[in-house]
Design a protein around this ligand. Structure first.
Ligand code: FAD
Length: 434
């Protein structure tokens, strides 16, 4: 079958879709359209002449679970195995996790002993939160905030201290508005299946088919906690770019899609600044809000759902201090960006806030020898309570109207690099009926 498939958006999701499309013989042409002058989206690294690596977006990938293993399979497929830099669970970077609470750093327990004792900033041993979950009754709501869920199951202190920080770190978001069901589907499922989250996790685990490879076994045997790549994570998007180029994918940078029209024979006319392209199928790998502005008026209800999916702005300030082994990244803003800064904030202000945080929280009092400041506007999708209803309505609209469209990217079913890679692959497989 002669098929032209267009992928709009060259972040890790769009690149992964091209990687799998390029390997399928039933597609005669794959075209990647990227608005900016580079591929990789938020996956972006600065490499300095003296060998320092600064990540402006993602910096660590987890190897665990079906999604983590799927990424390792792609890493092997790209020939990047020798470039992997694992962080082992036994290493300090994985073992020592700190929370900054009440103007002091507190080390989170990393052993059973720490869970049995009362350690600051908590007022009781953490195991008592677990006991509470074992006896609490099953929730009845179809969705709730992460904070409500954890308070109900494990107590308010854990929600206020640990979960609040976790959601700031992972989603740059507010656990009081983020959806438990969409952000942590495995916790939602565990409670539904076994009433208790602990019992659900202990007896359920990850039930998706688990891929296997030599690299996956190595990661398991060596007990990797996370991994990155030599040259930073941008090495991954660069390897994908090289791979798809070699496989004949047509790559157009500086080519923002400006609008989408449907043709009478159920294809897409994709409008670009310098002309248009006809596609049999479109992978939308741009953020949901961007897509909502490209779709034709006939997609009304779907446009309304897509436009409700918002993202948080995060400023990333990378700092290097002479004599310190590791660079420091300070992330500022997130769900609180607008309420703190309004529409804009100067680089000087961001640098001041970052160096102050490094001084107060980490004791790094000198002047940084290098500082890189990036304002990542609307970079991390915020799955608010009820997000699943938006994704379900969008999926049923696409199906009912037989739209030749697959939606991939961090806006829908997981913001991590692993989720983006896994969902892009699943979408390509679905298109071919696998
Ligand atoms: P994007 O990267 O947003 O790519 C979308 C692409 O579409 C962009 O290249 C954009 O230019 C392009 N585009 C936009 N409009 C158009 C248009 N009209 N036409 C054509 N192209 C268009 N995840 C982890 O797993 N671990 C981490 O440590 C981690 N840390 C993070 C730290 C930060 C600061 C950020 C921002 C994210 C982090 N993430 C992390 C999350 C993860 O990096 C992202 O969710 C993921 O990279 C998103 O990829 P994507 O391809 O879906 O979207």
């Amino acid at each position: 079958m002669q098929r032209t498939v267009v992928v709009a958006g060259g972040g890790i999701s769009g690149l992964t879709a091209c990687y799998h499309l390029a390997k399928d013989a039933s597609v005669s042409k794959v075209i990647l359209l990227e608005a900016s002058n580079r591929l990789g989206g938020w996956m972006r690294t600065t490499r300095t002449d003296d060998g320092a690596i600064f990540e402006h977006g993602p910096r660590g990938i987890r190897p665990a679970g079906a999604v983590g293993k799927n990424t390792l399979c792609m890493v092997s497929g790209l020939g990047l195995e020798k470039k992997i830099l694992p962080v082992l669970r036994s290493q300090p970077a994985a073992k020592n996790r700190y929370l900054y609470v009440n103007k002091a750093l507190h080390k989170l327990p990393s052993s059973i002993g720490g869970v049995l004792r009362t350690i600051p900033p908590f007022t009781k041993p953490l195991f008592t939160c677990g006991l509470r979950d074992l006896v609490a009754s099953r929730g009845t709501r179809e969705d709730e905030s992460i904070h409500e869920f954890v308070t109900r199951r494990f107590g308010k202190e854990l929600a206020d201290i640990v979960i609040d920080s976790l959601c700031r770190g992972v989603f740059a978001g507010d656990c009081r508005t983020l959806s438990l069901r969409s952000c942590f589907p495995f916790l939602y499922e565990a409670e539904r299946r076994k009433r208790s989250v602990i019992l659900g996790l202990a007896t359920g685990g990850d039930r998706s088919p688990q891929p296997d490879s030599a690299l996956i076994r190595k990661a398991t045997e060596e007990k990797w906690s996370q991994w990155s790549l030599q040259g930073g994570l941008q090495t991954l998007s660069e390897a994908l770019e090289d791979f798809i180029k070699e496989k004949g994918v047509e790559i157009h940078k500086d080519s923002p899609v400006t609008s989408l029209e449907r043709t009478p024979d159920n294809r897409w006319k994709i409008m670009l600044p310098g002309g248009s392209i006809i596609a049999d199928h479109l992978f939308g790998a741009v953020p949901a809000k961007v897509l909502s502005q490209l779709l034709p008026p006939s997609a009304g209800p779907m446009v309304s759902n897509l436009s409700q999916m918002s993202s948080a702005t995060v400023a990333v300030v990378n700092l290097e201090y002479d004599g310190e082994a590791l660079p420091v990244s300070v992330m500022i803003g997130g769900a609180w960006f607008e309420s703190t800064f309004g529409d804009s904030v100067s680089s000087e202000k961001l640098l001041h806030l970052a160096t102050e945080a490094a001084a107060v929280q980490l004791g790094l009092r000198g002047t940084p020898s290098r500082a890189i400041i990036n304002l990542n506007k609307t970079c991390i999708p915020q799955y608010k309570v009820g997000h699943h209803k938006l994704t379900e309505s969008i999926a049923s609209f696409i199906q009912q109207h037989n739209l030749p469209l697959s939606l991939i990217g961090a806006s829908y079913e997981g913001v991590s690099v692993n989720d983006c890679i896994y969902n892009a692959r699943k979408s390509v497989q679905r298109l071919f009926g696998h």
